[in-house]
Design a protein around this ligand. Structure first.
Ligand code: LHQ
Length: 261
């Protein structure tokens, strides 16, 4: 069974984490295939949005804990190798992709699985799904961007509670806290997530990529620096074909036909 399922429809590249017996926990093969799929998404102009989800009852349980021997007798393992070669590049790839990434969290998202969801641009979750920063149960630190995303999304008090207590946060609470975009009925999750991904795939892709850039830079910028960046990004957006099309469509009172250029 392929650990990542890839399909395409209407400009959307759908990626499904597919190790359902292990709640789609990451092993090396899954990292490798996801990397290849995201490179395809980056390089192929026909792909204008990505939809990430999981198969079965979980979204992703983080690292596959059975992949390495951590017994008392075994030699200690340097976890920085796995982060440096797999998880960190994955988070960077999702963030740097100049196209929107929609995440449909279909079930529990734990450890790195939760934070990979948070690295996506629009996160929807099924009402029965949950988020858990399970790292501290193993004596570990939230990784895959957890210590970056969590305090920025929900504030340090809630971020610290989630990290230290490792309690499950329901999808509805995650929405109330501002951790995700929306919690939706389980039966509606894939329809709603696909509709958003398709809408984005038919949109001004170049502009969306610049929006991602602007928001990502904002976390570390002063207002002055951000205003300068907005000026530069708007300059770039204003040179796009889609901007011309957007204005023309508005003036002519018709639906814009964006090409993503
Ligand atoms: C699993 C896993 C799993 C293997 C469920 N591995 N089998 C990065 C770099 C390097 C190293 C270290 O870490 C990291 C980042 C990380 O992600 S660290 C955090 C790793 N993840 C976890 O600690 C989560 C472990 N899983 C759980 O706590 C629970 O399974 C959750 C809360 C996700 C779901 O609980 P339940 O709904 O009660 O399901 P379950 O526990 O019964 O799991 C179902 C099956 O999936 C079960 O297998 P079995 O054969 O008994 O049916 C689990 O063993 C397997 N599974 N997570 N991470």
């Amino acid at each position: 069974m392929a650990p990542i399922l890839v399909s395409r429809d209407a400009g959307v590249l759908s990626l499904t984490l597919n190790r359902p017996d292990k709640l789609n926990a990451f092993n090396l093969e899954m990292h490798k295939l996801l990397r290849a799929a995201l490179e395809e998404a980056r390089d192929d102009a026909a792909v204008r949005a990505v939809l990430l989800t999981g198969s079965g009852r979980g979204f992703c349980a983080g690292q596959d804990l059975s992949e390495r021997n951590v017994s008392a007798e075994a030699a200690p393992i340097d976890l920085s190798v796995s982060l440096g070669s797999n998880y960190n590049p994955l988070v960077r790839r999702l963030r740097a992709l100049p196209k929107p990434v929609v995440c449909a969290v279909n079930g529990v998202a734990a450890g790195a699985g939760a934070n990979i969801a948070l690295a996506c641009d629009i996160v929807l979750a099924a009402r029965s799904a949950s988020f858990v920063q399970s790292f501290s149960k193993l004596g570990l630190v939230p990784d895959s961007g957890g210590t970056y995303f969590l305090p920025r999304l929900v504030g340090s008090a809630r971020a610290m509670g989630l990290a230290l207590l490792a309690e499950r946060l329901s999808a509805e609470e995650a929405e109330r806290w501002g951790l995700i975009w929306k919690a939706v009925d389980d039966a509606r999750l894939m329809d709603e997530a696909s509709a958003i991904a398709r809408l984005l795939a038919a949109g001004p892709t170049k502009g969306y990529g610049l929006v991602k850039k602007a928001f990502q830079a904002s976390a570390g910028n002063s207002l002055d620096a951000q205003l300068e960046l907005e000026r530069d990004l708007q300059r770039e957006a204003g040179f796009s074909e889609d901007y011309r099309e957007g204005v023309a469509a508005f003036m002519q009172k018709r639906k814009p036909q964006y090409k993503g250029k």
